[in-house]
Design a protein around this ligand. Structure first.
Ligand code: NAD
Ligand code: GLY
Length: 373
């Protein structure tokens, strides 16, 4: 197939943009209608560039195409690496008529988007996400940024892309661990907004994990539809958008504790969603059978069941205290009122949170911890 077979729009007035989804069309797709000037800068990394840079270049026939290839990894999502993009733009004398192209996973996408938000006070950019996680989450919605040693994604900007091009064929080169990490975010959409999608995932999770092209396009389409709908209602996270962070408060604590890059973002979110479901159960919001249903689906996606073994409940409390959802130092979490119905709240019994943290990260050997959950 040489064109996308599904299309969605993120409706944001004059900043609306399409999400194109299909399999095997990167390299034959003409993206120049979304490029205003005559130059583009493709930003990728040392893993993705050898695989897909040539195909991406072909999307911009007739334009001058420069490239910046970054080191690969979450640990490079920082100021120093960001500066390599500005170095490239300035060395090649890109004006404010340039368009930046993010070719890679969420790390490249977030950094390129942030560079686009800041370069000459803001230039357009295009997302070509190549991991499942970036195809269903980070490439859509305009959150861009970098990490700080004291907190993940703490420096950034909202900056929407011109278009998102999703080619599921790029997933065939993705390591299985990265596929699982992406599936965690797919499951998230079913849990927060769409119980019928959750049931569909329960029926198709093995095909999804095996990268069945039709199932994958459908899962990405439904995930992006959910995200686009939430972003259209609450672009700057005044309220609703925070539900997209189910499992992320626990997950960010895990990622920061483990050291950026040691746990994948989606892996940490998978464990975090178990913890959020557990707490929702303890608070009487979710029945036991539903908590078990969440755990079973996350297990089928081959995601880790418990946080790093050295991590304690007080590590969680300390790291969760810097979460962006907190208001005036008051912890807020995304919990589940029911499957398919998430809520953001600071109104919960803190002793039940302690019980969840004890169950997942209390005095334990990994085997004991697994037995308790
Ligand atoms: P990533 O960008 O680190 O990519 C994972 C690995 O896969 C990297 O080694 C990458 O080089 C490699 N890779 C990428 N595409 C490949 C391909 N097609 N074949 C083979 N290897 C490939 O990680 P990610 O999971 O894509 O993204 C995680 C990042 O996204 C985190 O920094 C997280 O904070 C961010 N994020 C942002 C948002 C947002 O709304 N902006 C949402 C979720 C996550
Ligand atoms: N990944 C959460 C958001 O985009 O808001």
């Amino acid at each position: 197939m040489h064109s996308p077979n599904r299309e969605l729009r993120v409706e944001l007035g004059d900043r609306s943009y399409p999400i194109l989804i299909g399999s095997g069309y990167l390299g034959t797709m003409d993206l120049t209608p979304w490029v205003a000037g005559d130059r583009v800068m493709i930003v990728s990394n040392e893993t993705v560039a050898p695989l897909y840079l040539d195909a991406a270049r072909r999307c911009f026939a007739g334009k001058t195409v420069d490239t910046v290839v970054l080191p690969d990894g979450e640990k490079y999502k920082n100021w120093q690496t960001l500066n390599l993009i500005f170095d490239g733009l300035l060395a090649h004398r890109h004006s404010r008529k340039t368009t930046l192209i993010a070719l890679g996973g969420g790390v490249v996408g977030d950094m390129t988007g942030f560079a686009a938000a800041a370069y000459q006070r803001g230039v357009p950019f295009i997302q070509i996400p190549t991991t499942l996680l970036s195809q269903v989450d980070s490439s859509v919605g305009g959150k861009t940024g970098i990490n700080h040693p004291l907190g993940k994604n703490m420096i950034g900007a909202f900056h929407q892309p011109e278009v998102v091009l999703i080619d599921t064929a790029t997933l065939t080169t993705l390591p299985p661990r990265e596929v699982s990490a992406g599936v965690a975010e797919v499951i998230k959409y079913g849990l927060i907004r769409d119980v019928s999608f959750l049931a569909w995932l329960e029926d198709h999770i093995e095909q999804l994990m095996a990268l069945d092209a039709e199932i994958m396009v459908e899962a990405i389409y439904r995930s992006c539809a959910c995200k686009a709908d939430v972003v259209a209602q609450d672009e700057r996270e005044g309220g609703l958008r925070a539900v997209l962070n189910l499992g992320h408060t626990f997950g960010h604590a895990i990622e920061t504790f483990a050291g950026y890059g040691n746990w994948l973002h989606g892996e940490a979110v998978g464990t975090g969603m178990r913890m959020a479901a557990d707490l929702s159960g303890r608070l009487g919001m979710l029945g036991e059978a539903d908590v078990r249903r969440v755990n079973r689906l996350i297990s089928r996606a081959a995601l880790p069941e418990v946080p790093p073994v050295e991590m304690t409940p007080s590590d969680f409390m300390e790291l969760m205290a810097v979460d962006k959802k907190n208001v005036d130092g008051h912890l807020r979490l995304v919990l589940l009122n029911a499957l398919g119905d998430a809520v953001v709240t600071g109104d919960f019994d803190i002793s039940q949170l302690q019980s969840t943290l004890e169950a997942f990260a209390g005095n334990r050997s990994p085997e004991k911890a697994l037995g308790r959950i």
